[in-house]
Design a protein around this ligand. Structure first.
Ligand code: 13P
Length: 287
């Protein structure tokens, strides 16, 4: 059964660890993340961007697949199915499709409009027993067509949004989607510290988890981050493993072209990346 993310994140914030959100793209991805979470007894959040939802033919397909797979694989750890960077319209589509959690990314609206729309969704999510993530400031780079300038969040605005009763808050602190450039200035811990002082117990979300050095991840967790999103890193490990298989000519040997064989190394590579992240985030054994 899918759960909302409130309980797992409240425990993570109190226990000073973070739950990983791993974005999914297809059946292999979903299976790899679910099996790793179960093997490591870790709570987990499956992230779905609008682009990935479209690729999988719609949010309803995704919800039906994830729900059935949790059952078929006998998954017993808490699993939340979460819309990543949702528009206002997509939030409603996912509520209807059977997601257990949504992110409304109103960061590109003026703060008054972000507040107004977030407030409305807080009420809807409370009624449906769903969790809601809001965003202030923006995450740099591009993810599935969502582009952000990467400005740091204003702690006072974070407090305004947190006070609306959202479950978790994503705040820009110099983080970027995708690979970090050579000249990246690093995370702004000053901003994160100020945000935590304003928002207290609110679980904070760190987007752009790919490529952030371990010490920065640990420091971010010590300053209130309880959810960390990872997408690109699983894509890179999947692609590298499939490339290696093909470059070794294994698809040309026997029935090596069978998609179940061809994609197996990619699936195993995603599992290894997810395991590494869960160990780093401290969520192993916390289910
Ligand atoms: P990365 O692709 O940089 O890991 O970011 C993932 C993310 O923040 C999803 O919202």
């Amino acid at each position: 059964m899918l759960v909302n993310a409130k309980d797992m994140l409240t425990k993570a914030k109190a226990g000073k660890y973070a739950v990983g959100q791993f974005n999914i793209n297809n059946l292999e991805w979903t299976r790899a993340v679910l099996e790793t979470a179960e093997e490591l007894r870790s709570p987990v959040i499956l992230g779905v961007s609008a682009g990935a939802g479209k690729y999988m033919t719609g949010f309803k397909t995704v919800a039906a697949m994830v729900d059935a797979m949790v059952d078929s694989l006998g998954i017993t750890v808490p699993v939340a199915l979460h819309l990543d960077h949702g528009t206002y319209e997509d939030c409603y589509k996912c509520i209807e499709a059977g997601f257990s959690s949504i992110m409304f990314d109103g960061s590109h609206y003026p703060i008054e409009e972000n507040i107004e729309k977030t407030k409305e969704l807080v009420a809807v999510c409370a009624e449906k027993n769903m969790s809601l993530e809001a965003e202030v400031g923006s995450i740099g780079g591009e993810e599935d067509g969502v582009v952000g300038a990467g400005e740091c969040a204003d702690p006072a605005e974070c407090k305004m949004i947190a006070d609306l009763g959202v479950t978790m808050l994503a705040a820009g602190i110099g983080n970027i989607h995708g690979k970090y450039p050579e000249n990246w200035a690093g995370l702004s811990f000053e901003t994160l510290d100020a945000i935590q002082q304003q928002t207290g117990d609110m679980p904070l979300v760190l987007h752009g988890g790919t490529g952030i050095p371990a010490e920065m991840i640990q420091k971010a967790i010590s300053l209130g981050v309880a959810k960390i999103n990872v997408n690109t890193e699983c894509q890179l490990s999947f692609a590298a493993a499939v490339r290696e298989y093909i470059e070794a000519g294994k698809d040309l040997q026997g029935k090596g072209f069978d998609p179940r064989k061809l994609l197996a190394p990619g699936t195993a590579a995603i599992k290894a990346t997810v395991k590494e992240k869960m160990e780093l985030f401290g969520s192993v054994g916390k289910a």
